[in-house]
Every structure is written in structure tokens, then in C-alpha cells.
Design a protein around this ligand. Structure first.
Ligand SMILES: [Mg+2]
Length: 160
């Protein structure tokens, strides 16, 4: 049985042009361990280049994070992106706020994140497609580390 979401190793493995060809116009992008490492203060040059390529391909991007306002603003502002903190993913409210910010229908939006029980679950609850990336690093919130142990039971092929 094929899973209802895509799994890729990292952002750079996602081809923005392919998403556009499939009707995607907007991205809801997770922050920690998707766009940059949990302790990092800026995305890698590769991921910054990917964000630029995605926008050049016509995709609008909103950052959606369970992390706090100052951290999300610190990452979003230099990239010129709208960031929504304290999202309480997987609850739908944050995803719906992000969708409203994009001004798009659920089927035009793809959610990209590193966690099954926040990013993928929330996307699915809201009728959006989801793309699961491998977490950039092992460090994360204690609750997230607990979720990762459960993820490994569901997705044994995950590395981290
Ligand atoms: Mg994350």
C-alpha cells in the first residue's frame, strides 16, 4: 500500500517545478529540522537556495512552527517570508491560518515538515498534501524526541 504522503531525504530532493506541474501553488514549510537545524540560527546555503528556487518557480511560502515567536521571526525575516509561530501542530488552526495567509485552497497547498505526528498529521487533517523530510539533526524538543521514537515504529526506514 502506498502511503498518502511523500517521503524525501531533504528539501533539496523536492523539485519545485514538479510541485507546480501537479497544481501546487503554495507551501507551508516547517522550521526546525526541516528548513534548518534545531539549534541553527539560519538555514544552510543549500536550503536558502532551495527557498529561492521554489519562489522563482512560482510557489508562495509560509513558515509554520510550533516554536516561539522570536525564533520564528529571526528566521523568517531575513528570508522575506511570513512566519507563524506557536502553531500547536498538528491542531488544524495554525495550518488554516497559514492557508488563509496564502489565500489558496487546501488542494493547492503542500505541507513540508520532518514530523509525522505534527506536520503530516496536521496536513492530512486539513486536506493538504504532505511531504515528510528526514530531520536535519537529532536535537529537538523533549516531546518531539518522544514522538520520533514512535515514528520509528511506524516508519522503520527513517534514519534519525
Ligand atoms: Mg520540525
Amino acid at each position: 500500500m502506498s502511503r498518502p504522503f511523500q517521503q524525501v531525504p531533504h528539501l533539496a530532493a523536492i523539485r519545485p517545478e514538479s510541485l507546480v506541474a501537479e497544481g501546487v501553488r503554495g507551501l507551508i514549510l516547517d522550521l526546525d529540522n526541516t528548513l534548518l537545524g534545531f539549534g541553527a540560527s539560519a538555514p544552510s546555503p543549500e536550503n536558502r537556495a532551495w527557498v529561492a528556487a521554489a519562489r522563482a518557480a512560482g510557489l508562495e511560502i509560509v513558515l509554520l512552527s510550533n516554536n516561539f515567536g522570536p525564533r520564528v521571526a529571526e528566521i523568517a525575516a531575513p528570508l522575506g517570508l511570513h512566519g507563524i509561530p506557536n502553531a500547536l501542530k498538528p491542531l488544524p488552526l495554525g495550518f488554516l491560518r497559514a492557508k488563509r495567509a496564502l489565500g489558496m485552497r487546501a488542494r493547492e497547498v503542500a505541507v513540508i515538515g520532518d514530523q509525522l505526528f505534527t506536520d503530516v498529521l496536521g496536513a492530512t487533517l486539513c486536506g493538504m498534501r504532505a511531504i515528510l523530510v528526514e530531520p536535519i539533526e537529532d536535537r529537538d524538543f523533549p516531546l518531539t524526541r518522544l514522538f520520533r521514537r514512535i515514528e520509528r515504529l511506524v516508519l522503520p526506514e527513517r534514519r534519525v
